[in-house]
Structures are given as structure tokens and as C-alpha cells.
Design a protein around this ligand. Structure first.
Ligand code: ADP
Length: 223
């Protein structure tokens, strides 16, 4: 979203499709990324897309220590199928006091164990992506979707001709629908504090926060 001002240190363990994309994206954004995998072919594959790439078995505490993993602010554990390996790796990282350990979970049991041993964030990529795709499928207007909680989310909505040339005052989204327009994107330009008299053009992207029911009402009836 916004431009990062401070560079954080990241390590990604497990360079499958999931970990691999995280590594590439962080690196592309200009962050320091250490890529780790037990397989040398994976490490070679990702070496061009990381600050450093090392071969290590992350269930080996000594190996992790010699990499200096304890100094990283964020470590992503993207070990796919091998739940035991994922759990053991997470446990070691938390014992080494890595402040933010984000782990990909395979299933609900895996999730529960990760929670118990102190994983800071547990990710279910397939489910999360499934929810997003469903949102995209059911409405042409919804461009992106972030779930904040069971009740609240942020959506990116494509402005229709119906609201073309209307100002935020006229739209009166907060009073009518109980949601708030946080920002308006027009091409590359992002206006993060749109003024009340600012006009919306068709194809603008509206970043809107609110209760899911309210967002749905605005999206269906308000635009
Ligand atoms: P995805 O579904 O995201 O493609 P994979 O299961 O294919 O996930 O990828 C997991 C990666 O984690 C593999 O590249 C694998 O070599 C790596 N991995 C598995 N065990 C370890 C371990 N003990 N230490 C480091 N990396 C590991």
C-alpha cells in the first residue's frame, strides 16, 4: 500500500510457491531478504531474488543459530506439507525470540499447535485467496478485499457511471451507508484524504472501510 520508509529484515524459510512468491515480492520492494531452503536447487533458483540465499535444515537449531536468524525482525515459515518440520522450526524461532514469526498452516490442527507455541500470525493462503476470488467473482465492482474481522473489511471498489461527477458530499456514503471512503485512486495517483467537494470519476478506485453489510449495501445500491 503506502511507501515503506524503514527497511525491515526478513527471512523466508521454505521456497515453494508460497514462500517463493513472498521472497520475490519483498525483494522487489527493496527489503533485505534472506531465503532459506533445505534443497540446494530451490536456493539456487531464488538466489537472484534475495539478498542472501542459504541451504539449511531449519529443524537444526545450530544451523539456524549460525545463520543468525535471531536477529531478524520477521521470519516467514512457508514449509508446506511437512507439518512436523513447520512446527519444530516455529518452536525454535520463538525460543530464539524472533519477534514476528508468520507461519503457513496446512489445516486446523496445525493452526492450533502453531497458536499454542506462539506463532505471531498464522496464514491459510488457499482459504484467504478463495475468499478474495469469490468476492471478485460475485461483483465486477470489487477489485480487492481485505478482511479486518468477521464483521469489518476494507474493499476497493471500481466507481461506476452512476456516481460519475458526484462529490463525496453528494454521495454522503457515511450517513447513508455507514461506511467511510478512505482514499480515491485515479490511475497512479492516490488521494488519501479526499475532500468533501472532490468529484468522483468513472473508473476511479474507491477504498472503503466499513461493516460488511454496509459495504454490500453501498456497492449494490449506492453505486
Ligand atoms: P508450496 O505449497 O508453497 O509450494 P512446498 O511444500 O512445495 O510449498 O514447499 C516447501 C519448501 O520448504 C520446499 O522447497 C522444501 O524444500 C522446504 N523445506 C522443507 N523442509 C525444510 C526444512 N527442514 N528446512 C528448510 N526448508 C525446508
Amino acid at each position: 500500500m503506502g511507501k515503506m520508509t524503514t527497511k525491515k529484515q526478513f527471512a523466508v524459510i521454505g521456497l515453494g510457491r508460497f514462500g517463493g512468491s513472498i521472497c520475490k515480492e519483498l525483494y522487489k520492494m527493496g527489503h533485505q531478504v534472506l531465503a532459506i531452503d533445505v534443497r540446494d536447487e530451490k536456493v539456487n533458483e531464488y538466489a537472484p531474488f534475495a539478498t542472501h540465499a542459504v541451504i539449511a535444515n531449519t529443524t537444526d537449531e545450530k544451523a539456524l543459530q549460525s545463520i543468525g536468524i535471531g536477529n531478524f525482525e520477521y521470519v516467514v515459515v512457508a514449509i508446506g506439507d511437512d507439518i512436523q518440520t513447520s512446527i519444530l522450526t516455529t518452536l525454535i524461532l520463538k525460543e530464539m525470540n524472533v519477534p514476528n514469526v508468520w507461519v503457513k498452516a496446512q489445516n486446523n490442527y496445525h493452526h492450533k499447535v502453531l497458536e499454542k507455541i506462539g506463532a505471531d500470525r498464522i496464514i491459510h493462503p488457499e482459504q484467504d485467496m478463495g475468499i478474495r476470488i469469490a468476492q471478485h467473482l460475485t461483483s465486477e465492482k470489487i477489485v480487492d478485499y481485505i478482511e479486518l474481522s468477521e464483521e469489518y473489511s476494507i474493499v476497493e471498489l471500481l466507481a461506476t457511471s452512476k456516481i460519475q461527477n458526484k462529490s463525496l458530499v453528494e454521495l454522503n456514503v457515511r450517513a447513508k451507508y455507514g461506511c467511510t471512503i478512505l482514499a480515491v485512486k485515479r490511475g497512479e495517483a492516490v488521494n488519501v484524504s479526499p475532500l468533501p467537494n472532490e468529484l468522483i470519476y468513472e473508473k476511479d478506485l474507491l477504498i472503503v472501510i466499513g461493516h460488511k453489510n454496509d459495504l454490500k449495501r453501498f456497492e449494490e445500491d449506492g453505486m
